[in-house]
Design a protein around this ligand. Sequence first.
Ligand code: G1P
Length: 183
Amino acid sequence: MGLGHAVLVARDWVDDEPFAVLLGDDIIDADVPCLKQMIDIFERYRAPVVGVMPIDGPEISRFGVIRAEPVEPGVYRVSDMVEKPRPEEAPSNLAIIGRYILTPDIFAELERTQPDIRGEIQLTDAMRALAQKRPFYGYQFKGRRYDCGDKLGFLQATVEFALKHADISRDFRRYLKNLRLEE
Ligand code: G1P
């Protein structure tokens, strides 16, 4: 019943503490892990943080999008957000990527959140309500994001991680060099 519902059913495991949500189809390669970067921001601001990246053009409508004011380089105070807006209605070019650090007050909002037109409870809608009530931040992480929900993105992530992987990179590089592509 949607990402918001998935988070809601995990409530008992969270035990009234801040927690992270990671969407498995967003893979981020970074020197400092993306979640570690976000935990550092959380610890400074003691408020929920969503990972964001700039997306220009019509692609923006594939994401949750924040309306926000910069407070320091890479950190934005969020005043509003919308799930998958039409490109001309997007409040900014800052798209939410599948990394969230949330606080337990999100659960009360999720309980109140009505399913959207497709019957899904959207996490973005619950976060939107929460952002009206308390400080809420977006953080533009440092790192490269792969969209593994997309066939090409999944293949790019697989190839690039393999080329960097200590165990496999030598053999994999040789395999790619020797590959004869049929026309
Ligand atoms: C989900 C969220 C969306 C977010 C996206 C990031 O959408 O609902 O707000 O921007 O993940 O990948 P989905 O990709 O599951 O449609």
